[in-house]
Write a protein that binds this ligand. Structure first.
Ligand code: PDD
Length: 288
């Protein structure tokens, strides 16, 4: 079955989907994006993702490309047309197409919208959870506004590639004071000796992850305490458990940090219980 993408008003075969060479996303990374998980036919936490999109757009003074409810319809349509039951839906909004000039384009320039969806393999994800992932640490080198979900992801790309080359699956950005910010495309968490979840406050310096917010609700349901504070790499290495969260990974155990095993080097029970409870507690919108 051919994949279908939505591009600026049209549903087109994925392979034939194109954007203009003067799209400001292409030339300046002048755009924002969202990735939502699709699980068992539901788009997960769609409301929160679109709230965050709204914030990203407004922080950059980019207009909504169309009404929010129309975007919801398109997201569902792309998921359904691609028959994605478990996977991801990606959306990207840029400031639009204009003759190359750093300043904003003339008023009335229409923001550009692309929506795609892809299937993922739950069995492969389950195997990854069973094994857990390794992370490396890298110095923070991103701009201060990483709370805006922009497509300007070059430091994240380079960090992920460094992780890959080191045989790890994620890289944690670390501040000069030794505290962990977040992963290249995930939020970072630890579980302390007394079973408390610790994750960095999301007021600034990290992306306010939607999975992060949902996991806090899951923790509340399970009676697990959450503390929002910075933690160091040393504390993480000595933690009872560590894990990462994102729409792409949901809750994923971290079993090694810079080659040092976390606890016994196996996924932790608190992490796994959060992952198990996630689907039931997160918000679900039927796709089709
Ligand atoms: N990344 N931190 C960063 C830097 C991210 O890029 C992401 C998500 C997260 C987790 O956010 P959420 O829980 O809302 O997915 C944290 C997406 C999945 C990506 O770029 O593919």
């Amino acid at each position: 079955m051919p994949r279908i993408a939505y591009v600026n008003g049209r549903y087109v075969p994925h392979g034939a989907a194109t954007v203009h060479i003067e799209d400001r996303g292409y030339q300046f990374a002048d755009g924002v994006y969202e990735v939502c998980e699709v699980a068992r036919g539901f788009i997960m936490d769609m409301r929160r993702h679109l709230d965050r999109l709204d914030r990203s757009l407004s922080e950059l003074a980019i207009a909504w490309p169309l009404h929010r409810s129309a975007l919801e319809v398109i997201m569902r349509e792309v998921v359904c047309r691609n028959r994605v039951h478990n996977g991801l839906v990606y959306l990207q909004v840029t400031r639009g197409v204009a003759r190359r000039d750093h300043v904003f384009p003339p008023p009335g320039t229409r923001p550009a919208l692309v929506v795609t969806a892809k299937q993922t393999d739950p069995a492969a994800a389950a195997r990854k959870v069973e094994a857990g992932v390794s992370v490396i640490t890298v110095p923070e080198n991103r701009w201060e506004r990483v709370d805006i979900k922009t497509v300007g992801l070059l430091p994240n790309v380079l960090a992920r590639q460094t992780a890959r080359e080191a045989g790890a699956q994620e890289a944690w950005f670390v501040d000069p004071d030794g505290t962990v910010k977040e992963g290249a495309a995930t939020n970072a968490w630890i579980v302390t000796a007394d079973g408390t979840l610790v994750t960095r406050p999301a007021d600034h310096g990290i992306l306010r992850g939607i999975t992060r917010a949902a996991v806090m609700e899951v923790a509340d349901h399970l009676g697990i305490a959450v503390e929002e504070r910075a933690f160091t790499v040393e504390e993480a290495k000595a933690a009872r458990e560590a894990f990462i969260t994102a729409a792409t990974t949901v809750v994923m155990p971290v079993v090694a940090i810079d080659d040092a095993p976390v606890a016994n080097g196996h996924p932790g029970s608190v992490t796994l219980s959060l992952r198990r409870a996630f689907f039931d507690i997160a918000e679900k919108s039927p796709a089709c």
